[in-house]
Design a protein around this ligand. Sequence first.
Ligand code: ADE
Length: 243
Amino acid sequence: MLNKFSFCGLMEFKRKYYVGTRRGAYLQINNFMKFDIITIFPDILDSYINESILKRAQKSKKIKIQTHDIRKFSKNKHKTVDDTPYGGGPGMVLMVEPIYKCLKSIKKKRKSKIILLDPAGKQFNQKMAQRYANLDQLIFICGRYEGVDARVDKLINEKVSIGPYVLSGGELGAAVITEAVARLVPGVLGSAESLQYETFSGKKADVIEYPQYTRPENFKGQKVPKILLSGNHKEIEGWRKNN
Ligand code: ADE
């Protein structure tokens, strides 16, 4: 049975998703994605990823997010994973060995990418989110702002920043990218419409650009535009295009 999604070129059949091509063929697309986050602060991330949309998406088995504590891969009894830099200088540097061992312990899927969160990396955007959403797995290494041993470069595919500012570490970046990408995995967002606009429109970054209102109709003298109360969908669509 072709279900409710077939109208927008996206079809769900036996819990798998297919997108229609212009030649009439259907290509199977990702309907499950794994996210692995390597960090020294797994608790910070666990509390975020186990709420709201990411929690729902994991419950419905569209995605799985796993945090990995680098300290578990430390070889000393104090579980330290950083040390002073060779050549001197301020701060501590994350060691390569526990990161290497942690990476090795993660089961890799066929199409996966390893990303180091780094303020000097390529700035993340919606296009990158769409590219990542075609993978089976994203593995994040959360750097600390003071530094990561340069030999980690050989273990990764990309360095990514979430913006032109410096944070204390990559944890927020990993959460941001995970959420932006997870939203693009079919079935994560509730409605077919969200999928149509956000995943397969092929247009520029898909955000709602017109003003939105909800109850009450009148808030301290500021009224909801009458046209939105009219029930005339054609006129509402026209208004939204112009506002
Ligand atoms: N770590 C510190 N600052 C960062 C940033 N802006 N993006 C990603 N990782 C970071």
